[in-house]
Ligand binder design. Structure first.
Ligand code: AVI
Length: 324
């Protein structure tokens, strides 16, 4: 059974998401223009991301799925029966069913900012697991989220797969980990656990190919945010005059995605005028990669104690179980 989604979203009268407008106007006003990566995920962006996860070059999804498939018994033993799984982001991929199958939870709570996507994936999961109550929450999980009454009294496991944490700079990642701790521990009678996916530092060529695939799907994903600005924020960005770039920044251990202007440009967003010189970029995403030590340090700073690390056979990715 799927409960009706709890909705906790902030919109102004004209229906334009104020947070999106503020982020874009502020980001385009900086010396290094930037748009936070969370705005990639409108309906089209979410579809393109699903396509990325199936690309030959994009290994993280397959590596993480392998870890989930090969360690079912260990997860069940470490997590225990009667747990409510709270997923940060709605589980439309193969990963959530693998986790649900291995630990057989008492409830499943997907949290997502995209209501349509949330309802679709909740319905699919409920059909696949008819005995697990599904309690979706439409909300921005970067802030503490109120949990549905249905999971009161159950031990809670946060699930944050995909190395999505890597899309945040460390300061913001620590804030998110702390908010998750609040979401999971507030009103609960036991300390929560968190199962989090983190992508590992590896060969530069492998990393850059994963973010600049031969079919150009990642390029479309990156450019889609410009279409979204044009549609939702009265933008006039000439999308065809931007080119996708993916660069490994070794000093900070992250892949950076940018949109580079092919020529000098001028455009409007929400009636504000912006200009760019040829070669100038809009920085659209960071994807941090971790070692075991840097992953542990981040978790500890966020209020979580790492307990167990699992890796795939090729050492590309890790799933970490941590305790509040
Ligand atoms: C969602 N996130 C973990 C992806 C990543 O790998 O950083 C987003 C992505 N960007 C380009 N390709 C995939």
């Amino acid at each position: 059974p799927v409960q009706e989604a709890l909705r906790i979203i902030d919109e102004d009268d004209s229906g334009i998401d104020r947070a999106f407008r503020n982020d874009v106007l502020q980001g385009l006003s900086q010396d290094q223009k930037a748009i936070p990566a969370r705005w990639f995920y409108d309906e089209r962006g979410s579809e393109l991301f699903e396509e990325i996860t199936k690309l030959d070059e994009y290994y993280p999804t397959r590596a993480e799925t392998e870890i989930l498939r090969n360690n079912a018994a260990a997860f069940a033993a470490a997590i225990g029966a009667g747990t409510a799984v709270v997923e940060f982001g709605s589980g439309s991929s193969a990963k959530t069913p693998l986790l649900l199958k291995s630990i057989d939870p008492a409830a499943y709570v997907p949290i997502d900012i995209s209501g349509d996507f949330l309802r679709a994936s909740s319905g699919q999961l409920a059909a696949k697991f008819p005995s697990i109550p599904v309690c979706p929450v439409e909300a921005d999980f970067t802030k503490k989220v109120t949990m549905p009454r249905a999971i009161a009294g159950m031990p809670r496991l946060g699930f944050f797969p995909g190395s999505t944490i890597g899309n945040l700079v460390p300061r913001t990642a620590v804030d998110l980990l702390r908010e998750m701790r609040e979401t999971l521990c507030d009103g609960a009678d036991r300390p929560a656990k968190l199962l989090i996916g983190m992508d590992r530092v590896k060969d530069t060529a492998v990393l850059e190919a994963a973010y600049d695939d031969a079919r150009g799907i990642t390029a479309d994903f990156n450019l889609n945010v410009l279409h979204r600005i044009n549609r939702e924020l009265e933008g006039t960005l000439p999308v065809g005059d931007f080119v996708h770039r993916a660069i490994w920044n070794d000093a900070i251990a992250r892949i950076e995605m940018h949109l580079e202007a092919r020529r000098d440009l001028a455009f409007n967003v929400c009636e504000r005028r912006f200009t760019m010189l040829k070669g100038e970029t809009i920085h659209t995403e960071n994807s941090h990669k971790y070692t075991r030590r840097s992953a542990n340090a981040l978790l500890l700073a966020g209020g979580w104690t790492p307990v167990t690390h699992w890796r795939d056979a090729q050492d590309r990715f890790m799933l970490i179980l941590a305790e509040a």
